[in-house]
Design a protein around this ligand. Structure first.
Ligand code: NAD
Length: 281
């Protein structure tokens, strides 16, 4: 029987705990934990993600400060807002929803965020601290994947983990976190020769590519743990991952669905990072 890893369930239990932490914080300090959410432009997918994150915050008792900026916002205006939020004591976390409109420099915007408030874990400081194995606000998606593995008692020690994708926000930090937990890690990317052959060696396969159902049955070792980070629309407009769920689930030992796998965990880790940031302030 293939285990279907239930991200919704694990995320709900993270939010339960977060709610208790936010209540304790309020009792001890008389203040709420605050997250500033910055959304530039009117990308519909980003608007949905922001709404879901704000709903999560409302559920656990984190106050959100909503900053909706027009598509025409300049880099200077965005940087100035981030600077103001860095200095605002009621703001413990700053979330700048990506992608930004094309004329804005994402790297520059991220660099502007104070590392102590970087609850997405994207700044050079937090990624560098993660690399060094130091205390850091860690990137939410890779952190959420590790939490899922932990919740289901999936041991990574000595296992061959193959991460497909080398982005700065998912693939690279994911590889570091698996390495930290003593997995033997291989990173694949768009130039990898014979991707299925490498994937078939994986005891733990993490797909973070952004190509609908790229990884099929020929990529799965029987019994493997398959973690699908991808969120894509297929030709019929249905939400699917980077893994062909039908084909892979007949071989895998455990697998995350899309939706309902990694996505809710990413949001849950944003909540945890925001609480961490308030406690550390
Ligand atoms: P990205 O575009 O920054 O990186 C994609 C990576 O995949 C690149 O490193 C590239 O080398 C690799 N790649 C592309 N085509 C490939 C191919 N044919 N074979 C092998 N490797 C290939 O994307 P990202 O930001 O890392 O996101 C990846 C996917 O995860 C997207 O679908 C995104 O929507 C999704 N995502 C989901 C969550 C979540 O919470 N579930 C969070 C972040 C991203």
């Amino acid at each position: 029987m293939t285990l279907i890893i239930d991200g919704n369930h694990v995320a709900a239990s993270v939010r339960e705990q977060a709610k208790r932490s936010a209540q304790d914080y309020l009792q001890q300090t008389g203040k709420s934990i605050g997250l500033a959410v910055v959304l530039v432009g009117d990308d519909p997918a980003s608007a949905v993600y922001v709404r879901m994150k704000e709903q999560d915050c409302a559920e656990v008792g984190i106050q959100t400060f909503d900053h909706r900026l027009s598509e025409e916002t300049t880099q200077d205006e965005l940087n100035q807002l981030i600077g103001k939020l860095n200095a605002d004591e009621s703001v413990h976390g700053i979330l700048v929803q990506l992608p930004l409109p094309g004329h804005l420099d994402e790297e520059a915007a991220i660099a502007q965020i104070s590392p102590e408030k970087d609850v997405d874990g994207f700044t050079a400081e937090n990624l560098g601290r993660t690399l060094r194995g130091q205390n850091a606000l860690r990137a939410c998606t890779p952190l959420g994947v590790m939490r899922l593995l932990e919740h289901y008692d999936i041991d990574t020690c000595g296992k061959h983990a193959v991460v497909v994708g080398r982005s700065t926000i998912v693939g690279k930090p994911q590889s570091l976190l698996l390495l930290e937990k003593n997995a033997t890690v291989t990173i694949c990317h768009s130039r990898t020769a014979d991707l299925p052959a490498v994937c078939r060696q994986a005891d733990i396969l993490v797909a973070a590519v952004g190509v609908a159902e790229l990884l099929g049955a020929d990529c799965i070792k029987p019994g493997a743990v398959v973690i699908d980070v991808g969120i894509n629309r297929n030709k019929e407009g249905k939400l699917v991952g980077d893994v062909d769920f039908e084909a892979a689930s007949s071989l895998a030992g455990a697998i995350t669905p899309v939706p309902g796998g990694v996505g809710p965990m990413t949001r849950a880790m944003l909540i945890e990072n925001t609480i961490q940031s308030a406690l550390d302030a």
